[in-house]
Design a protein around this ligand. Structure first.
Ligand code: ADP
Ligand code: MG
Length: 360
């Protein structure tokens, strides 16, 4: 076999119908056509045969008809409280391999409160929090203002605005009420983290103790962690928070926040962020690729904010692609490493030597 028949599975922005009463940022999570094209080009360049499948209700039929060797999954899912796990669930049922994390991991990581419970359980640093299903629930006495309010199951900065930082009960109640009504899901309330913001992207999988090291590209533990990216929200149009609007500007737009990669930080902090990113990923049984967001607390220590087990992979603007490029890893390599990691897990091989790859 020359290469693999790889179905790129995504929800493209223009194909998603916005439901009545949906918030104005309802489409923010979905993918641009250029992302689907970029992934296909990267796969084609390494000898694979990519094709596209829309991750909508037709998917169960189209994937059975086309029977790909593997799916390159970036589908955000259309609805429900675990939408990112729908495509993986269908593929598990049909026994078709796919890239990235599995059903349970995506279902949990989409839910920031559930994720934080697991991190807290394994002793990783994450800000104290409370999940509000109704706006008048009593506030946990262990939480103190200022607090930060966000939807528990969104991404791409959705539902985050200047009123997300709340200073008293009245502001808290108003914002929690708005989040619950607008996004139709619980609100996550957590200690406001006033410090610098970082994100850490990685590819890899935990190396079983008896397995040989994959290649020089991966460390002893089985991961390649990209350089730390600092997002400086003191710059740009949206001050202090990294929301949908802030994420929408081109990198060189003066309205965009500052993107600094590698971040100018002491080596001790860099090592700590890298260690925590891997630990956060492993705690959720993440696979192949992920991106972990951090903010520094008032005590000067880093805290885990959230994990993206389906990080954006837009060839131009996504944080994962920015950090990969800053680390000298081209888009084509990033995409193919994700594919190769999944193939290795499934024991899928194509022509000899493909897994002994060059990485830049
Ligand atoms: N506890 C917090 N304290 C301060 N800022 C926060 C906090 N949680 C989130 N933010 C801000 O909101 C942004 C989006 O929150 P995040 O949890 O990463 O959600 P998303 O999935 O939308 O990226 C973060 O990048 C950060 O700027
Ligand atoms: Mg985030």
């Amino acid at each position: 076999m020359a290469g693999l028949r790889v179905a790129v599975v995504a929800n493209r922005k223009h194909s998603v119908k916005v439901e009545a009463g949906a918030p104005p940022d309802a489409l923010a999570e979905y993918d641009a056509e250029e992302t689907v094209q970029g992934i296909q080009e990267a796969l084609r360049a390494r000898g694979h045969e990519p094709f596209f499948l829309e991750a909508d209700e037709t998917f169960i039929d189209t994937v059975r008809e086309t029977r790909p060797d593997i799916c390159f999954n970036i589908a955000e899912g259309l609805r429900g409280d675990a939408r990112e796990s729908h495509i993986p669930a269908v593929l598990e049922m049909l026994a078709i391999p796919y890239t990235g994390s599995k059903v349970l991991t995506h279902a949990i990581s989409l839910d920031k409160a559930m994720t934080k419970r697991i991190w807290r359980d394994v002793g990783l640093p994450t800000a104290p929090f409370q999940r509000f299903c109704r706006a008048d629930a009593p506030l946990d006495a262990r939480l103190s203002f200022p607090l930060f309010v966000k939807p528990s199951r969104e991404g791409s900065g959705m539902g985050i605005n200047a009123r997300s930082i709340v200073h008293d009960e009245a502001e808290l109640r108003a914002q929690v009420d708005w989040v619950i009504r607008t996004y139709r899901q619980p609100a996550l309330v957590e200690t406001y983290l006033p410090g610098r913001e970082f994100t850490v992207g990685l590819v890899g999988n935990t190396r079983p103790p008896d397995a040989p090291r994959r290649s020089e590209f991966y460390d002893e533990r089985g991961f390649h962690v990209f350089p730390v990216l600092e997002i400086d929200s003191q710059r740009g149009a949206v001050k202090g928070i990294y929301n949908t609007q802030a994420k929408s500007y081109a990198l060189d737009d003066p309205l965009a926040p500052g993107y600094l990669c590698p971040a100018d930080i002491p080596t001790g902090l860099e090592a700590e962020l890298r260690r925590l990113a891997i630990a956060a990923f492993e705690a959720l049984d993440g696979l192949d690729v992920g991106r972990v967001d951090f903010r520094m607390g008032a005590d000067g220590a880093p805290y885990l904010v959230e994990i993206n087990t389906l990080p954006g992979i837009n060839p131009l603007v996504s944080d994962l692609v920015i950090v990969s490029r800053a680390g000298g890893v081209a888009y084509e390599t990033l995409v193919n490493e994700i594919l190769n990691l999944a193939c290795e897990r499934y024991g899928l091989r194509w022509n000899v030597g493909t897994l002994e790859r060059s990485n830049v």
